[in-house]
Design a protein around this ligand. Structure first.
Ligand SMILES: [Zn+2]
Length: 604
């Protein structure tokens, strides 16, 4: 039963992460900013106006890299300490302080890229040929040359950077600080509700009356804030549009895809093909859920229930460790060491408390170890969530070790491949070790209901909606709550057809997703999972060589484009084939669920 969440101050220390290796104390944070302030001033004094040839360019970059590395710890400390309790006024002030500080530093150091890009192309190429270390950085910089503005404009824009982050911060403040959910009533009783408990528990509640009542209460509260949230979002969109125009991109899509190093065809394919070809499989899955739960009708509020709730047993954090170790064992001892340390050295924040960021994420600060945020509700399902976040951790644990800060981070397009890969490894491990049809059905429904649903359905429908939003913005229009609700509803209805009633309130789903403040992010989930599905199949059939190639991919970090990284792992994403194969695989899983359900019903 869902409980009301305690304040952060009542959480026991073992359930929390230890941020001390980032910053020993809030005072150390202030001191670090003070020191960086002086150091960057000295840097500007020394190098501004002095980047004139390959030699001076490389010297400036060397010192610039050292400063960039030092900025990581305080920045991560500010955001992580805030993410576990957004009602903590001190933590809130600290993120504000850091974001103003980083704007000041960004403006102070904006001359570096400006001066580098003012050098003749030959000089930059000479610098590239003389330095393995900065070759990748300079190559990416050179790509941006046509979109670089006058140095004075770059400096001014950099000093406004914290203002550009304002929409995202406003979104979070509305959602996590202002929005307070009252208890809701069902069957004459009263139940507590919060953002975390709705997404972590109520959405999957097996009692239909309770679940639908929770959905209604949740939606009613969202609706109270729809206009503020829409206005905030529109501000984000208009900023992106202005930036795209100012920097001379063809359209907003070209601008947003530029840093992802993929072209429009890869983006559009991911949305179009899934929207049309996956929908029939998922509708079949919805019908199966409806039938096995004996529901009068299937509504949007029912889609997150599990096929067999009895087989979603409770699991402790300690028990999760064993599953994770066994499933990820194939990745080798180095990888497992990291997993071991993440539990033992408190890299993970498991607590459920008021004000904590929703969902789960992994932060991987350069020069330190990864940190994972999760709200552990004790459902077996969370083994998949944790494996997912450990996938991000494993990725940057390798990349940060093998690459310098500028080269460590790959394109967003590839970010969700290592994480979803681990979910596949968990599923494959569990399937291999059981012949019990009920257990098998639980595992398969977990991958369908969680891994594929989350990455291929939830995020796909976000991506499809987002594309429509950006088309409007690109045409010079604005959006408000009415427009966004209509777009979201349209996308949901198109995908689910007559099989799922798109309940009143479902159109507000766009309000739930912080990804909209991160550019074209939602579609990358299915892109990443397409790659990981194909690679995990290779690991099943080929074993060690496929694992070794995957580790090489993790080590490569951001030194290659998504197309190149995928190729290293034996997947050619320039064609439709990997995506078609993945959709067909999801179809097979759903057929298998139907078959197992029949088998189980016959046994009873
Ligand atoms: Zn992820």
């Amino acid at each position: 039963m869902v409980k009301s969440l305690p304040p952060r101050s009542e959480i026991s220390i073992e359930e929390t992460w230890n941020l001390e290796s980032l910053m020993a104390s809030p005072e150390a944070f202030d001191a670090a900013l003070e020191e960086l302030d002086q150091e960057t001033a000295a840097y500007a004094e020394k190098f501004q106006g002095q980047i004139t040839d390959a030699q001076s360019a490389l010297e400036a970059l060397e010192a610039y890299l050292a400063i960039a590395e030092k900025l990581v710890a305080p920045g991560t400390f500010a955001s992580l300490s805030y993410s576990t309790d957004q009602t903590d006024a001190k933590a809130q002030m600290r993120t504000g302080k850091y974001s103003a500080f980083s704007a000041k530093i960004g403006s102070r150091l904006a001359f570096v890229t400006s001066e580098l890009l003012e050098l003749p192309e030959d000089t930059l190429k000479q610098a590239m040929s003389e330095s393995k270390e900065f070759e990748g950085y300079l190559k990416k910089l050179l790509r941006k040359k046509p979109h670089q503005l006058h140095p004075a404009a770059e400096k001014a824009l950099a000093s406004y950077s914290s203002v550009f982050q304002a929409p995202y911060e406003l979104y979070n403040t509305t959602k996590m600080v202002d929005m307070d959910f009252p208890d809701f009533e069902a069957g004459g009783k009263s139940y507590p509700l919060s953002y975390v408990s709705f997404e972590g528990d109520w959405e999957a509640e097996t009692d239909t009356e309770l679940r639908r009542a929770a959905f209604k209460a949740f939606s009613d509260k969202l609706r109270d804030y729809q206009h503020t949230t829409a206005k905030t979002y529109d501000m984000q969109l208009q900023t992106e549009k202005t930036t795209a125009d100012l920097r001379g991109y063809e359209d907003i899509f070209e601008y947003l895809l530029f840093n992802q190093e993929v072209d429009r065809t890869l983006y559009d394919r991911q949305i179009d093909l899934i929207q049309t070809e996956l929908a029939p499989h998922m509708r079949k899955y919805a019908r199966l859920l409806q039938k096995s739960h004996g529901l009068d009708k299937m509504t949007f509020a029912d889609l997150k229930i599990s096929l067999d709730p009895e087989y979603d047993p409770e699991i402790t954090v300690e028990e999760s460790k064993q599953y994770i170790n066994e499933a990820l064992g194939i990745m080798g001892t180095d990888y497992l060491n990291m997993v071991e340390r993440s539990y033992n050295e408190r890299w993970i924040d498991f607590a459920q408390n008021k004000g904590k960021s929703t969902g789960a994420f992994c932060a991987s600060p350069y020069g330190d170890h990864p940190y994972i945020l999760i709200s552990w509700t004790g459902r077996m399902n969370e083994v998949f969530v944790l494996a997912h976040e450990l996938g991000h951790a494993g990725h940057f644990y390798h990349a940060n070790r093998e690459q310098n800060l500028f080269n460590a981070r790959p394109s967003l397009y590839f970010i969700e491949a290592p994480s979803t890969m681990n979910e596949m490894l968990v599923a494959n491990h569990l399937l291999k070790n059981s012949e019990d049809p009920k257990f098998k059905r639980w595992v398969i429904s977990s991958i369908v209901a969680r891994t594929y649903y989350h990455n291929f359905v939830t995020h796909l429908l976000e991506a499809a909606y987002q594309r429509e939003v950006y088309k409007k913005i690109d045409a010079g229009e604005n959006v408000n709550a009415g427009v966004l609700n209509a777009l979201k509803r349209g996308v949901l209805e198109e995908f689910w057809g007559d099989d799922v009633e798109v309940t009143e309130g479902a159109e507000l789903t766009w309000m739930r997703q912080p990804h909209y403040y991160m550019g074209l992010y939602p579609y990358t989930y299915s892109a990443g999972l397409t790659i990981s599905t194909q690679v995990s199949k290779r690991i099943l059939s080929e074993g060690q060589p496929a694992v070794d190639e995957w580790i090489d991919v993790l080590n490569a970090g951001g030194t290659k484009t998504p197309v190149e990284l995928s190729k290293m792992a034996g997947v050619d994403i320039t064609t439709e084939q990997p995506l078609r194969d993945t959709i067909a695989y999801i179809g097979e899983l759903i057929d298998e669920l139907e078959r197992l359900t029949e088998e189980i019903e016959q046994q009873n």
